[in-house]
Design a protein around this ligand. Structure first.
Ligand code: CP
Ligand code: NVA
Length: 332
């Protein structure tokens, strides 16, 4: 990983008069992404050394959540507190975006009070619309298309175990969903060899696959997609899975279960990976469905490291976006 300092020249050239948002992992260049991970790593060390600084005193992050959350919400709220600021949580019951008030009006209002907005939405277009009308940075806290904050935490976790990311192989087994999309894209950005195994009818979106393939080429890599889990997992450094039915798809759970049964991450499948391969999951997990209890609670599992790293990457992300926004204001 290169140091944040060595990335600074590129970083400066990205400052424009536009507010920068983080709706997709591809909103940051590979250099910016590495700088962000480096910053998260530094913040993590400071947190563990109980060294505190409060650069965001008096600042507020609005948390607009249409869906439930444990990790994302608490990591943002605790992160803001630790930085001296405040997280203001707004559930669907509170504001009912698009119902009680239009997405545009929510964006206009929040921009008058807070310094940034994190939004967890059903439709990706909703977070895009928020970003279109907000004059403060908007962060995608999960949409049907991407889960970029999760992917940042996953890359920090992978980096901590395999510092040469461009030599690491990550196998994702299961549904070609939002988590899979962000992982494929960020893996491609950082030169991680990505392999995806999913049932033929549940492959990642073709546009995302194409975008990831284009990004991967820069590193001489290719994203491989297969229907055979053993093929994806063979010799992998990390094996990742997620629920078979995401939030909003609960009604499909029974129909999906038999389709995904062969994609369960269990001990026999894990035995195809490297003996010390990491077991990864974004959580929440359904033990006995996409992953066995033996594997997720076993010695190779890093799922709670991933969860902890949500805190550090989200703090780094807020700080970076606010600095970019301040730079944009002062250059007007
Ligand atoms: N992984 C994750 O985003 O968890 P939450 O849904 O609890 O925020
Ligand atoms: N794919 C899952 C991730 C939850 C963090 C979902 O969207 O529900």
């Amino acid at each position: 990983m290169r140091s944040a300092a060595s990335d600074s020249s590129n970083f400066e050239t990205k400052v424009t008069h536009m507010v920068r948002h983080y709706l997709s992992v591809t909103d940051f260049t590979p250099t910016e992404t590495l700088a962000l991970l480096q910053r998260a790593h530094t913040l993590k060390a400071a947190w563990h050394a109980q060294q505190q600084e409060f650069p965001l005193r008096g600042q507020t992050l609005a948390l607009v959540f249409e869906k439930p959350s444990l990790r994302t919400r608490v990591a943002f709220e605790a992160g803001m507190t630790q930085l001296g600021g405040h997280g203001s949580y707004l559930s669907a019951n509170d504001i009912d975006m698009g119902g009680r008030e239009s997405v545009a009006d929510v964006a206009h209002n929040l921009s008058r009070w807070v310094q940034a907005i994190a939004a967890r939405v059903f439709k990706h277009q909703t977070v895009e619309q928020l970003a279109r009308f907000a004059t403060v940075p908007v962060i995608n806290a999960l949409s049907d298309l991407e889960h970029p904050c999760q992917a940042l935490a996953d890359m920090l976790t992978l980096y901590e175990h395999c510092p040469a990311l461009h030599t690491a192989t990550l196998a994702y087994v299961g549904d070609g969903n939002n988590v899979c999309h962000s992982l494929m894209l960020i893996g491609a950005l950082l030169g991680v060899q990505m392999r995806v195994a999913c049932p033929p009818d549940y492959r990642p979106h073709p546009d995302v696959v194409e975008q990831a393939q284009r990004l991967a080429v820069v590193h001489g890599q290719q994203i491989s997609i297969t229907a055979v889990p053993e093929e994806a997992v063979a010799g992998a450094d990390a094996v990742y899975t997620d629920v078979w039915a995401s939030m909003g798809q609960e009604h499909e759970a029974a129909r999906r279960r038999p389709v995904f049964a062969a994609y369960q991450v269990n001990q026999p499948l894990l035995s195809y990976a490297r003996p010390d391969a990491l077991v990864m999951h974004c959580l929440p997990a359904h033990r006995g469905e996409e992953i066995t209890a033996e594997v997720i609670d076993g010695p190779q599992s890093v799922v709670f490291e991933q969860a902890e790293n949500r805190l550090h990457v989200q703090k780094a992300l807020i700080l970076t976006l606010l600095e970019l926004a301040a730079g944009s204001q002062s250059s007007r």
